[in-house]
Design a protein around this ligand. Structure first.
Ligand SMILES: [Zn+2]
Length: 686
């Protein structure tokens, strides 16, 4: 069953990689995988005496066919000595190379996260490392760079010029223009950094710590279902771990302040046996790479191709947001302290381990939002239908169910996104939990759209309840968030150049459309279109108002906490690694940014996994929020369901993909450059 999609894609891969002779420009293949998956699957013609491939083997074969196709395109780009360097002869096969590689990488990333067959998941992981190894070879390939650089694009259109500029820039950023010895060094650094990153993450993932409780009365405050899962062992000991399903409820509900503090300290010490030393090595390599590439620090290097450029600009941003959030954080803190004094009259300050409990108490007492009532308005199918209806109205698209395709799992729903008779792309909704599936919510790319070659295909991978089961409101907001990514991918997926398609925009802009779309999950105007309980009653306006009030509580503290993490990540990548005292910097910044004192015995940074992936750029979460708030301003004036506003947003921001710098797209839509005013207002609670 799961064979069919892969077989279908394999056929496409074979078509896509059918390399023309080197004298001809590569011709895009006029077959889309969507067409292929719509056809009945071919009979499996296994010649007698030969073993059929297992699904895993088939996946790996497909992956390697795509990489081989990419390599054939690489030969075309480089060509022979003295070959003509033109858009058709050079940039077109270069684009094709990127497309095939991106197809292989996207499929591998999706399949290892969703495929029910362990063999396929393993094959997908193997495929991913082959893709990433080939990608790093490519980015340091000097003849490839020289061929692309030799193309004259002065007379070409703006998007082609931009494609040319960013392709060269990305290879330069990887180190392609350095001399042989330096490139060899960079390749060694890259390899070592990957290994260090894996060791750090593994040390965090495998470091589970426990507190032990012998008196069950000390679990007071914990929900009954949680207590039922934590029975004493033969020695009468109840173990509580630092894993999320234990840690989060415990710091949120447990009445025993001492136990909460003990668990907090254990949680904030994970990774402390190995990770300081590993981080020192990692920061040292990053600093060396940045210097080789001509940057003063890794923070400058890492942000050089983003909206917010340079370590100094990042620090200014963090300081600006902190200044905006401080008054609100102060008010939040005073409320928490007053709440604490109800049970501890002598309390002079709130400890970091007390924050979650006190916030939960306050929200319940002050805002009276009963989440048990809220969820009755959000049965899953009805909510999904409402979301599709809203999206369809806003962007003038239809979602046509596709039933004649076989996917990796029978629960996956497939829709073509259409406008009139045009099919814009395809979406796959893999929305419910099952064994061995990705545990969070995310939008995955299946195909990145390239005009006349392949339509964009995107996949939502979530873990929501099924059928008429009720959703938490938080899940509803998550669904809107992920749909924001999905529509960006699909509506932005009609581009000539693959690296400008869909969500291929600056990394610090990617979360703006998704964070913006969350707002449609918070407004009575939009929720009233679909949020109804079993009696058919629409969600009351007062309830949505109360939900919004409660949403804002604690925001000041949350923002300064985020800014602490952002400043920490930034300063670790600006300091001289030989002189950096990681814990001392953490203590200093904790005092500077948040109202909560450093808790003796903790080493938060040794389990700060984002230092691996986001490195110096943790602040991008907040950056996207600032942009999202500004993008909302025209909608706040015209109404969230204003189709005129939505169409302008669709055309100027989403459909443009990465054809222009994100700041320009935002300015095109707003009619002015982005600014901080909307976010300022939001933080002020207006
Ligand atoms: Zn997101």
């Amino acid at each position: 069953m799961k064979l069919r999609l892969l077989s279908a894609l394999l056929l496409v891969a074979a078509c896509g990689s059918a390399a023309p002779t080197p004298t001809q420009p590569a011709t895009p293949v006029e077959v889309t995988p969507s067409d292929m998956t719509s056809r009945p699957p071919p009979e499996d013609p296994v010649p007698p005496g030969q073993k059929a491939l297992s699904p895993g083997e088939e996946h790996l074969a497909l992956c390697r066919a795509l990489i081989a196709g990419a390599k054939a395109q690489q030969d075309l780009v480089i060509g022979q000595a003295g070959a003509a360097r033109t858009i058709d002869a050079t940039l077109v096969p270069f684009n094709e190379l990127m497309r095939l590689l991106s197809n292989a990488g996207a499929l591998a990333s999706l399949m290892q996260s969703v495929h029910p067959d362990q063999g396929v998941r393993d094959a997908a992981r193997a495929c991913e490392s082959e893709v990433s190894q080939y990608s790093s070879e490519l980015s340091l390939n000097r003849p490839l760079y020289d061929a692309v650089a030799a193309v004259d694009v002065k007379a070409a259109d703006a998007t082609t010029q931009r494609f040319h500029m960013t392709s060269l820039r990305d290879m330069k950023r990887a180190g392609v223009t350095l001399d042989d010895a330096q490139r060899t060094r960079i390749a060694a650094i890259d390899e070592e950094m990957t290994a260090l990153g894996q060791q750090i993450q593994q040390a965090i993932a495998e470091d589970t710590r426990y507190i032990e409780v012998t008196d069950a009365k000390r679990l007071a405050g914990m929900p009954e279902d949680w207590i039922a899962l934590h029975k004493p062992d033969a020695q009468g000991v109840i173990k509580i771990s630092t894993d999320y399903p234990d840690y989060i409820p415990f710091v949120t509900y447990a009445a025993d302040d001492e136990l909460r503090k003990q668990l907090y300290i254990k949680f904030r010490s994970r990774g402390d046996k190995t990770n300081e030393a590993l981080f020192t090595k990692l920061f040292t390599l990053r600093a060396e790479k940045a210097k080789l590439l001509g940057f003063a620090t890794w923070a400058d290097y890492q942000s050089d191709d983003k909206m917010l450029r340079g370590g100094k600009a990042a620090q200014d941003f963090i300081d600006r947001i902190t200044k905006l959030a401080k008054p609100r954080a102060k008010r939040d803190y005073a409320e928490l302290l007053a709440q604490l004094k109800k049970t501890d009259k002598a309390a002079k300050s709130v400890g970091d381990w007390q924050k979650a409990l006190l916030e939960t108490q306050l929200k319940k007492e002050k805002y009276a939002v009963d989440s048990q009532v809220v969820r009755t308005y959000f049965p899953y199918e009805q909510t999904l239908a409402g979301l599709l209806d809203i999206t369809s109205t806003l962007y003038d698209v239809k979602f046509a169910p596709v039933t004649n395709v076989v996917t990796w799992h029978s629960s996956v729903k497939v829709f073509d996104v259409t406008r009139g008779s045009t099919v814009l792309g395809r979406i796959y909704l893999d929305m419910h939990p099952r064994a061995d599936k990705y545990k969070h919510a995310a939008q995955f790319t299946l195909l990145t759209g390239v005009t006349d070659v392949q339509r964009p295909e995107g996949v939502l991978v979530c873990n929501f309840p099924e059928g008429s089961s009720l959703m938490e409101h938080g899940d509803v907001v998550t669904m809107f968030h992920e749909f924001g990514h999905l529509m960006h991918h699909v509506l932005g997926g009609n581009q000539r150049w693959v690296s400008q398609s869909g969500v291929a925009t600056e990394h610090d802009f990617v979360e703006a459309p998704s964070q913006m779309f969350e707002e449609w999950g918070w407004s009575h105007e939009t929720l009233a279109r679909f949020a109804k309980n079993a009696q058919g009653e629409v969600i009351p306006k007062q309830l949505v108002d109360a939900m919004n009030k409660s949403r804002g509580f604690g925001e000041g503290i949350a923002v300064v906490q985020q800014m602490l993490y952002a400043a920490l990540a930034l300063q670790y990548h600006q300091a001289d690694p030989a002189k950096l005292d990681q814990l001392a910097v953490l203590k200093t910044l904790q005092a500077k940014y948040t109202p909560f004192a450093y808790v003796e015995g903790t080493k938060f940074h040794t389990s700060f996994g984002h230092l691996v992936g986001y490195s110096s750029m943790y602040y991008t979460y907040m950056w996207s929020k600032v942009i999202a708030a500004d993008l909302l301003t025209p909608f706040k004036k015209a109404g969230l369901m204003s189709t005129a506003t939505a169409h302008a947003y669709r055309d100027k921001v989403l459909a443009a993909g990465g054809t222009k710098p994100a700041a320009d797209l935002v300015a095109d839509f707003l009619g002015r450059p982005y600014n901080f005013k909307a976010f300022e207002k939001y933080l002020a609670g207006k």
